[in-house]
Design a protein around this ligand. Structure first.
Ligand SMILES: [Zn+2]
Length: 388
């Protein structure tokens, strides 16, 4: 079955060979989808026939958002902690343990229902690819089941046994790292594509993070790192050194960190929902972009430090608070996320790419930042199937 979408007022292809600028913008465009792939992109007037036809009504069509960082296998919420924080209490890494207790107590069905609900929430806001981490189980059995449940929904699953040291290992962090790099890793690796570590004061230091990432790599997992969120540290440089696909947060960066990101293949993934929700200073996207680093935007959706599933929200905040242009923010939320997941088939609309598309109730992608908080998603196709 093929589908022609014509009368697209503004098409973001993210392919400079197909249109203007880094976004590969085309006006008055059309797209043909064949099965789960994009088959043709060009001017509306030159569009070939297809089995079905949709009229975009002059509105904007973009690649579906690629949300490359989320923590969606959890139970419970942390409303009280958020309220306390907004009343002046500081955020630390330890609040994660509250969610760990609730997640361990939940059934598989509860965790799966929760995950399904948030993935559908994301889809309704234009997100078609989502990375999901474990990290609220922190025992071999609970981490493995978290990843097994996540793998039922996405290929982009990340083993984050090294999220924090659980209470039962409070006096023996080295013993916990041994578990994470040994028995727990062996149980989780079959369900995971990636390995991640929270390299931060109060979580894991540089040596522990290196041990976790190299053990994960030896088990066939690809590294990504929670780095430099709450303060300066070795996370970003470790990520670049180990060839991680992404260093996530990048809020507190030295000049050497920025230079390492600019020179290496590691994407700087910025998560403004976390700074918004913890009332913390935002990362400086402008500094990274001007240095030549690749930048992605993601929600970091989790019940503690960033309980938003909205990529449009992140785009708007990145433009308003982080020095990004609307074009840069939209690129980071689509092509940037794809790069952070080392995916060439998503984050762009070009022949051969997956037909993951979002139609906005707006004439331009710029409206994502220009009209913050407004539900602009008019339609979403995932693998060529209309989902919204
Ligand atoms: Zn995170």
């Amino acid at each position: 079955m093929s589908l022609l979408i014509s009368n697209i007022g503004s098409l973001v292809t993210n392919d400079p060979a197909l249109g203007a600028g880094p976004l590969g913008l085309l006006a008055d465009a059309a797209v043909v989808v064949d099965g789960d792939r994009v088959a043709w992109v060009g001017p509306s007037a030159a569009a070939p026939a297809a089995d079905e036809h949709a009229d975009a009504g002059g509105r904007a069509l973009l690649p579906g958002f690629v949300d490359s960082h989320s923590h969606l296998v959890f139970a419970g919420d942390r409303t009280a902690e958020f309220s306390a924080r907004m009343s002046g209490r500081a955020y630390g890494a330890g609040g994660i343990r509250t969610t760990v207790a609730a997640t361990r107590a939940a059934s598989d069905a509860e965790l799966n229902a929760n995950l399904t609900r948030y993935l559908e929430e994301m889809l309704r806001q234009g997100t078609t690819t989502v990375e999901v981490k474990s990290g609220y189980g922190l025992s071999t059995a609970d981490e493995a089941r978290s990843l097994r449940i996540a793998a039922g929904h996405t290929e982009e699953t990340t083993y984050l046994g090294a999220h924090v040291v659980p209470p039962e290992y409070a006096d023996d962090p080295a013993g916990y790292v041994e578990l994470v790099t040994g028995e727990m890793l062996a149980a989780c690796a079959p369900y995971a594509r990636w390995v991640d570590v929270f390299c931060e004061r109060g979580a894991f230091d540089g040596d522990q993070a290196r041990a976790v990432l190299t053990a994960g790599a030896a088990a066939g997992l690809l590294p990504r790192v929670h780095a430099n969120q709450l303060g300066p540290g070795p996370g970003v440089r470790l990520a670049v050194e180990l060839g991680a696909a992404s260093a996530d947060h990048c809020t507190h960066l030295s000049d050497a960190d920025v230079a390492a990101l600019a020179d290496g293949d590691t994407v700087a993934t910025l998560l403004p929902g976390a700074e918004f929700s913890t009332r913390a200073p935002y990362p400086d996207a402008r500094r990274l972009l001007d240095a030549g680093a690749a930048v992605a935007l993601s929600t970091d959706c989790n019940p503690g430090s960033s309980f938003t599933s909205s990529m449009p929200f992140c785009v708007a905040v990145a433009v308003r608070e982080m020095g990004m242009t609307p074009d840069e923010a939209v690129h980071a939320a689509t092509a940037g996320g794809a790069l952070a997941l080392r995916r060439a088939d998503v984050g762009r609309i070009a022949p051969g790419a997956r037909a993951d598309l979002q139609l906005l109730d707006a004439p331009s992608h710029v409206h994502l930042a220009y009209r913050p908080g407004v539900p602009l998603t008019a339609a979403v196709w995932q693998g060529g199937v209309r989902r919204v």
